[in-house]
Design a protein around this ligand. Structure first.
Ligand SMILES: Nc1ncnc2c1ncn2[C@@H]1O[C@H](COP(=O)(O)OP(=O)(O)OP(=O)(O)O)[C@@H](O)[C@H]1O
Ligand SMILES: [Mg+2]
Length: 251
């Protein structure tokens, strides 16, 4: 059965897009058919894949273009994308003004994808709170929360946990937290270790193995290649492969 995974944390620069793109490609390399959806006006999923940002998300949500028209194939076989660009922020405003129901994205995206033989949808979100982010959470079977293990990491995770609790209570959200993924982990700094311990204490049941701080991930972004294409033997590739295996076991 198809699963939808939303990658979210309202804190900026914690590795959401890196995680969404890497997870999507990792699942493809394991033989799955995956749709990556960029709901961030920064449009960085495109950049990370070496593509140009385009108003796919806007067309899906505002122009109400059919799913088949906004979804496009990439050179990576079985990786489909709905890309984003600055127009996504207009979509965000329109959804708010029109007071669309929280299920709107689910209806426009998840239902048609089910008919298209997709195994996983991976949704990347922007570092903010709003209608589109809530719809992306509501559409998810599992929410993946990357968090950079700096001194404010726990706040970000706590905020998203509160939002999920609210949409569960108010709108009967049926999904669950897929996991909290510590990122930018640095074994040498005391701060990194202390934050990781703090997270483990508070969210013990949901913690995943950390992704270390790795310069190669920045280089991937510049090259428009995923870590599996750039440096398959790197520690970062191995750590992200573990995440892929976890997701495959989860559903
Ligand atoms: N584990 C890591 N180690 C080192 N650099 C990383 C790591 N993960 C991501 N990066 C780099 O950090 C920057 C921010 O990552 P990314 O864009 O994935 O974060 P984000 O949460 O999506 O940011 P935003 O909130 O702005 O959307 C990028 O330049 C990325 O290449
Ligand atoms: Mg991002």
């Amino acid at each position: 059965m198809m699963k939808t995974i939303t990658v979210a944390n309202q804190k900026g620069g914690v590795g959401k897009t890196t995680t969404a793109v890497t997870l999507a490609h990792g699942l493809v390399l394991q033989g799955k058919r995956v749709l990556l959806v960029d709901l961030d006006p920064q449009g960085q999923c495109a950049t990370l894949l070496g593509l140009k940002p385009e108003p796919g998300a806007f067309n899906l949500l505002v122009s109400e273009s059919p799913f088949s028209q906004v979804t496009r194939l990439t050179d990576r076989e079985n990786l489909l994308v709905i890309l984003g660009d600055r127009k996504t922020s207009t979509a965000q405003t329109v959804l708010t003004v029109q007071r669309t129901p929280i299920s709107f994205l689910h209806t426009r995206l998840v239902i048609p994808a089910q008919k298209d033989g997709i195994d996983y949808i991976v949704i990347d979100t922007s570092p903010s709170v709003g209608e589109l982010q809530e719809q992306a959470l509501w559409a998810a079977d599992g929410v993946l929360v990357p968090c950079a293990v700096d001194y404010l990491a726990t706040d970000g995770v706590y905020n998203i946990a509160q939002t999920l609790k609210r949409i569960h209570e108010e709108f009967k959200w049926q999904g669950r937290v897929l996991g909290i993924l510590p990122t930018f982990y640095d074994t040498v700094t005391r701060e990194s270790k202390a934050t990781l311990q703090d997270l483990q204490k508070r969210f013990s049941g949901s913690m995943l193995a950390p992704i270390h701080r790795a310069t190669i991930l920045r280089e991937c972004a510049v090259e428009g290649k995923t870590i599996f294409e750039m440096a398959q033997e790197s520690r970062a590739a191995k750590q992200y492969s573990e995440l892929v295996q976890y997701v495959l076991k989860w559903g």
